[in-house]
Design a binder for this molecule. Structure first.
Ligand SMILES: Cc1cc2nc3c(=O)[nH]c(=O)nc-3n(C[C@H](O)[C@H](O)[C@H](O)COP(=O)(O)OP(=O)(O)OC[C@H]3O[C@@H](n4cnc5c(N)ncnc54)[C@H](O)[C@@H]3O)c2cc1C
Ligand SMILES: NC(=O)C1=CN([C@@H]2O[C@H](COP(=O)(O)OP(=O)(O)OC[C@H]3O[C@@H](n4cnc5c(N)ncnc54)[C@H](OP(=O)(O)O)[C@@H]3O)[C@@H](O)[C@H]2O)C=CC1
Ligand SMILES: C=C(O[C@H]1[C@H](O)[C@@H](CO)O[C@H](OP(=O)(O)OP(=O)(O)OC[C@H]2O[C@@H](n3ccc(=O)[nH]c3=O)[C@H](O)[C@@H]2O)[C@@H]1NC(C)=O)C(=O)O
Length: 337
């Protein structure tokens, strides 16, 4: 299919009527033409009807009604202003490594942080200030090469810095909130503020930013400079190797589907002991290597994955009286069978 492109120049301040909204693209229906809008005064291109499947690690999901990847904070503010003027809901995307997007897509404007990129290491304070779209594994390797300790655990988490702050990403007994000094956020109204970890309501894989309307644009972490780079790199490599041997790292997934429940063995153990390893709906499968992973074996639909999540949840609750809570963030409409 070829999408035609219709470029228009709009100023956020003059757009009052909704642009010709494609709304949600029917799963099997005609595809709308793709439009691009340049926001006046910026180089920022807002595109319509953009498939999100390539922007999620599950490799599933329908189109965003509108999609943009701003390069600077001023462009973020202009996009938010445009969405407000259009009366559109806004969704934030990092690397999409913990997202299940509906096959029907999502309404409104999807703002990706993928082009918000920089990192500044300050050897005097041991702090690194990083833009939200920076890859967390890349940051972990940069720190290791400098001989800065504190991010070795993060090397296998294939998300962005912004996603890690929001999700309180963690592994090997460490997590983002433990090293976060502060984070810069932009509100839906476009105002910028700096928040401390205490203001973010952190606990295991949780923060007040989840499902909220503030976009993380930057974070500062406290690391420990001065170690032997070879040693930090060796530890970083070991963490990655351990992960590759215990998780189905080579297949599309969202990492752990469920948070580990309090006071019982981990979700993976519970799911395996329920006999669900290898269980499949469509092309979505409970991974053989780790039962708390669902993998896309090729051509899975978001609805397959959603149904499998619900099935696993129901089976584990029936066997163990434990209700597993999803860690993966679901966006768009899904139908429970
Ligand atoms: C193979 C694999 C292994 C994984 N291993 C781990 C692991 O060991 N530990 C772990 O914690 N996680 C793990 N994950 C899950 C995932 O990588 C993390 O949750 C990661 O932090 C998500 O970052 P992201 O940029 O991809 O966020 P996304 O998936 O894009 O978004 C996650 C949520 O954060 C919001 N969001 C993203 N960026 C921003 C922003 N800048 N401002 C505001 N909201 C935002 C989104 O709206 C969404 O609600 C793994 C995933 C995979 C695929
Ligand atoms: N199962 C799944 O669903 C998914 C799995 N993954 C896996 O997660 C991992 C991370 O993916 P992703 O977040 O996309 O990674 P990125 O490519 O964004 O980041 C990896 C970064 O780390 C750097 N790097 C890698 N190895 C070294 C090293 N030995 N020394 C120094 N720097 C190094 C790379 O540098 P350079 O650019 O120079 O190579 C790159 O900048 C990959 O192994 C990928 O296969 C990712 C997404 C989904
Ligand atoms: C991948 C994620 O994070 C991961 C993180 O990478 C790893 C490593 O630190 O520790 C957590 O997994 P996990 O608790 O399953 O850790 P593992 O060490 O793999 O397993 C814990 C225990 O469960 C058992 N286990 C695991 C999988 C399985 O199929 N069967 C099973 O019995 C293991 O034998 C082990 O005794 C995080 N998951 C959660 C929900 O907290 C993620 O959040 O997406």
């Amino acid at each position: 299919m070829t999408l035609s492109s219709d470029i228009r120049i709009l100023s956020p301040s003059v757009v009052k009527q909704p642009a010709k909204n494609p709304h949600l693209t029917p799963v099997n229906g005609d595809r709308e033409r793709s439009h691009s809008i340049y926001l006046a005064g910026t180089a920022c291109q807002i595109k319509s009807n953009v498939s999100l499947s390539t922007f999620t690690s599950f490799r599933v999901g329908g189109p965003a009604e509108w999609y943009v990847a701003p390069k600077q904070i001023e462009e973020v503010q202009a996009c938010l202003e445009w969405a407000r003027a259009e009366g559109l809901p806004v969704t934030f995307l990092g690397a999409g490594s913990n997202l299940l997007v509906s096959d029907r897509g999502i309404p409104g404007l999807a703002i990706s942080t993928r082009h918000l990129r920089y990192s500044r290491f300050n050897p005097e304070t041991g702090q690194v200030t990083v833009a939200a779209g920076q890859s967390l594994p890349r940051l972990a390797w940069q720190a290791a090469q400098l001989g800065w300790e504190g991010l070795e655990w993060a090397v296998g988490i294939p998300g962005t810095v912004g996603g890690a702050v929001v999700m309180n990403a963690g592994a090997h007994g460490s997590c983002a909130s433990e090293i976060l000094v502060n984070t810069q956020v932009v509100s839906r109204q476009g105002s910028i503020s700096t928040l401390t970890p205490e203001e973010l309501g952190y606990s295991y894989r949780t923060s007040v930013l989840q499902g909220g309307d503030r976009l993380v644009t930057e974070a500062t972490f406290q690391l420990k400079p001065g170690a032997d780079p070879a040693r930090v790199q060796a530890t970083t490599s070991e963490q990655l190797e351990h992960r590759k041997s215990t998780q189905p790292y080579h297949l599309p997934s969202c990492g752990s589907v469920f948070r580990n429940p309090d006071g019982s063995p981990g979700a993976g153990w519970l799911i395996e002991q329920t006999g669900l390893k290898g269980y499949q709906i469509g092309s979505a499968q409970v991974a053989e290597r780790h039962a708390n992973f669902i993998v896309n074996c090729g051509g899975a639909k978001a609805s397959d994955i959603f149904q499998l999540i619900r099935y696993v949840q129901a089976q584990v609750e029936q066997h163990w009286a434990v209700l597993l809570e999803p860690e993966v963030r679901t966006i768009g409409e899904f139908q429970a069978l």
